[in-house]
Design a protein around this ligand. Structure first.
Ligand code: GCB
Length: 610
C-alpha cells in the first residue's frame, strides 16, 4: 500500500517505534556519497547529530550553517521476530526537501517535498538475524521547480549557498520524527470523515479504506467514554444525538474507533480524536457551525534556537500558551505544512488553522520582502517559465494531494492556503496553473473547506488575475512599513482604507494574513520611529481602526507570532524582527496591545455587519 498517511498510533494491534535520537550524519561537499558506497556500506567519516532537528544551527562554522547540497543520515535497528507476519513501514514525518532512502542496501524511496510525510514498506528487506540499516540522502537545493522556490549561488571555492525567493532560512535535515510502524496484514489504511449538522445533532459520513481480511466496525465515544454511535461496513453514517460541537476555543473531541474484525477476532484497531464541526462561506462571512467567526491570531513559523525548523513540541506548547494569553483563536501555517502534532494541539485547543502549502517564492525575486511590497511590481513572470509548467505544477499538485490526505480530518483545519504571495499579475499564464490547483483542492477535500492564497500588495483588486478562484481573499499588507512608513503612517492608513473599500465591493470575506513591522525588542522612542516597540503598537492600533470600519474583514493575523531566522541581508538584523514575541518567546509591547484588543472581541465579532 503506497504512502499510508494515517498518523501512526499504538493500539491493541499496532506498534510504533520512534527512531529519534543520535543518527550518523555527514555533509557531502564533493557530492560523491554514492560513489563512496554510502547506500550499501554506510557512512564513512561521519559525526553524530540529533534527529529530529535541522542540522544548520549546531555548528560554529558558517559553511555548515549555510550548507546547500546533499547530506547523509544513517540509523540502525533490530527487528523483532513477531513482526514476521505483520506489515513494517518506515514513516518519515518530513525530510527537507528531496529524500532518497536505502534500506539494507536497496534503494526503496525517493520523495520530493519537504513538509509532508512518506511511508516505505520494508517487509521484504527486513533482517531478523542481524542489524537493519537505513541510509538517507537529503538535498536542500532550491530551484524554480521546488516548493518552496528559489535558486542557489556558487561561491569562488565551489560551495553552493541558497538564494531563496522567500523570507525564511532554508533550514535542512530530518526535521521531524522517523518512526517504524508495525501493523497487522489486515489493517485500516485510510479514514475520511465529513460531518453535517441536523436538528437533533449530527451525522458523520465515514469512509474506511483497508487491506486484507475483515469487516469494518466504527464506534464513537464521547469524553465520558460513553458509546454514542456505532456502524458496520467500510462506508456509512454515524448519527450522534445532542452533539457537542467543536467550537472555536471550546473544542470537544469525539473518540472515533475503527476496527477490522473477523467473527470475534480483532484484526486491527485505529483511532482518531477529532472534533465535529462544519465550515462554510456565506456572502462575506466564514461560518463555523453556521455561525460567523472572526479570526484573531498570527502567521507563524516553525523556528527556534538550536533546532531550527526541527520538531519542537516544547516550543509548540509554549506558543499555544502565548497565543491563548493574547486572546488569539487562529493561525496560518505560513509557509509550509506544520508538524501533525501542532495540528493535534490546535484540534484540542479549538484553534482555527489556515493550512498552507510550501508554495512560497513563486515570485522570481531574491528581494522577496521588498518586492512584495512594491505595488507596481515589474518582474520576470514566474508562471510563464516552461520549467514551471512542466515540473513545478505537478510537484505542487502532488504536495496538495499529500497535504489533504494528511490533514483532511482535522476540525481545526478550516481553510487551505494554496500559495503565499505568488506572482498573480504579470502574465495570464498563472490562470491555468491556479485553476488546476484550486480545482484539485475542491476535488480532494470532501469537507469543501474554503480555498485561498495570500495576496501580495501588487495583487490588488483590479490587477490580480486569479482572485476570482478564492472563496476568501487573504491579504498580506505592509502599508506603514515597506511603503509609506514612519512619518507617512497616516497616509499609509488612507491608502489601506481605499484599497479595502475596493475589496468590500467583491462581496467575499477578506482576511488579513500579514501586517506588521520589524521591531527591535527594547528599543523605544518618543515620538516613535520605525523599529521601536511603540511604533509597532501604533501601527497595530491604526490598522485595527481601519479594519473595524470595513464589513468584509473577517480576521486579523499579525505577521509574525515570533522573530524568526532568515537569510542575512541589509533589511534583516539577525532575522525577521516582526515578532510580537522574540525568538525566545518573550513579549514585546505590542503583545499587550493585541491581548487587550483580542480579549475584548467576541468570536462572532462583526457577525451582523453587512
Ligand atoms: C511577506 C512574506 C513573509 C515575509 C514578510 C516580511 O510578505 O509573505 O514571508 O516574512 O512579508 O516580513 O517581509
Amino acid at each position: 500500500m503506497a504512502n499510508k498517511m494515517l498518523y501512526p498510533r499504538n493500539t491493541l494491534t499496532r506498534q510504533v517505534i520512534d527512531l529519534s535520537g543520535m543518527w550518523k550524519f555527514s555533509f557531502d561537499f564533493a557530492e560523491n556519497g554514492e560513489e563512496n558506497g554510502y547506500p550499501t556500506q554506510g557512512l564513512k567519516d561521519y559525526i553524530e547529530i540529533p534527529v529530529p532537528a535541522s542540522y544548520n544551527d549546531f555548528f560554529t562554522d558558517k559553511k555548515y550553517k549555510e550548507y546547500c547540497g546533499d547530506v547523509w543520515y544513517e540509523q540502525e535497528f533490530y527487528a523483532d521476530k513477531s513482526w514476521q507476519d505483520k506489515d513494517v513501514d518506515i514513516r518519515f514525518f518530513a525530510a527537507i526537501h528531496k529524500a532518497t532512502v536505502w534500506f539494507n542496501g536497496e534503494k526503496v524511496a525517493y520523495h520530493n517535498g519537504g513538509f509532508t510525510p512518506f511511508t516505505i514498506n520494508i517487509n521484504k528487506l527486513l533482517k531478523y538475524d542481524g542489524v537493519n540499516k537505513i541510509v538517507v540522502k537529503l538535498n536542500n537545493v532550491l530551484d524554480n521547480t521546488t516548493l518552496p522556490s528559489g535558486e542557489y549561488k556558487v561561491l569562488k571555492d565551489g560551495r553552493k549557498i541558497s538564494n531563496p525567493y522567500f523570507d525564511f532560512f532554508n533550514y535542512g535535515g530530518l526535521i521531524r520524527p522517523v518512526k517504524l510502524v508495525i501493523t497487522p496484514k489486515s489493517s485500516v489504511v485510510d479514514v475520511t470523515l465529513n460531518h453535517v449538522l441536523t436538528n437533533t445533532g449530527s451525522i458523520t459520513y465515514y469512509d474506511v479504506e483497508h487491506v486484507g481480511q475483515g469487516e469494518v466496525l466504527v464506534e464513537v465515544y464521547d469524553q465520558n467514554q460513553e458509546k454514542v454511535a456505532f456502524s458496520k461496513g467500510a462506508k456509512g453514517t454515524l448519527e450522534i444525538l445532542n452533539t457537542k460541537l467543536w467550537e472555536v476555543r471550546n473544542a470537544y473531541l469525539y473518540h472515533f474507533v475503527f476496527k477490522l474484525i473477523q467473527g470475534e477476532k480483532l484484526l486491527d484497531e485505529y483511532y482518531l480524536d477529532c472534533g465535529i464541526r462544519t465550515v462554510s462561506v456565506k456572502g462575506n462571512r466564514v461560518l463555523i457551525n453556521n455561525k460567523p467567526v472572526y479570526f484573531k491570531g498570527f502567521g507563524k513559523h516553525e523556528d527556534a534556537d538550536f533546532t531550527g525548523r526541527g520538531y519542537n513540541l516544547a516550543c509548540a506548547k509554549r506558543d499555544f500558551e502565548l497565543m491563548k494569553w493574547c486572546g488569539a483563536n487562529s493561525f496560518r501555517t505560513s509557509h509550509y505544512p506544520y508538524s501533525e502534532e501542532i495540528l493535534q494541539l490546535a484540534e484540542s485547543e479549538g484553534f482555527l488553522v489556515i493550512d498552507e502549502l510550501a508554495a512560497v517564492g513563486m515570485l522570481k525575486s531574491t528581494r522577496n520582502a521588498v518586492d512584495a511590497a512594491n505595488k507596481d511590481l515589474k518582474i520576470e513572470s514566474y508562471f510563464e517559465q516552461e520549467v514551471v509548467k512542466k515540473y513545478t505544477l505537478p510537484n505542487h499538485l502532488e504536495a496538495l494531494r499529500e497535504l489533504v490526505a494528511r490533514d483532511k480530518n482535522y476540525a481545526c483545519v478550516v481553510m487551505w492556503s494554496l500559495f503565499n504571495e505568488p506572482d498573480a499579475v504579470s502574465s495570464d499564464d498563472c490562470i491555468p496553473y491556479f485553476e488546476q490547483v484550486f480545482n484539485l483542492c475542491k476535488e480532494l477535500d470532501i469537507q469543501q473547506r474554503p480555498r485561498s492564497f495570500a495576496h501580495i500588495i501588487a495583487s490588488s483588486p483590479t490587477k490580480s488575475k486569479v482572485s476570482y478562484l478564492c472563496d476568501v481573499i487573504m491579504l498580506n499588507r505592509y502599508y506603514g512599513w515597506y511603503i509609506m512608513g514612519g512619518a507617512e503612517l497616516d497616509d499609509a492608513m488612507l491608502a489601506l482604507d481605499a484599497e479595502l473599500s475596493e475589496w468590500d465591493q467583491k462581496g467575499k470575506p477578506v482576511m488579513f494574513t500579514e501586517y506588521g513591522t520589524d521591531t527591535y525588542m527594547g528599543l523605544t522612542k518618543l515620538p516613535s520611529v520605525m523599529w521601536t516597540e511603540n511604533y509597532q503598537v501604533e501601527y497595530f492600533e491604526k490598522y485595527h481602526e481601519v479594519f473595524d470600519k470595513h464589513p468584509s474583514i473577517i480576521g486579523e493575523q499579525v505577521w509574525n507570532f515570533a522573530d524568526f531566522q532568515t537569510t542575512e541581508g541589509i533589511i534583516r538584523a539577525d532575522g525577521n524582527k516582526k515578532g510580537i514575541f522574540t525568538r525566545s518567546r518573550q513579549p514585546k509591547m505590542a503583545a499587550f496591545e493585541l491581548r487587550r484588543r483580542w480579549l475584548s472581541l467576541p468570536t462572532d465579532y462583526k457577525g451582523d455587519m453587512k
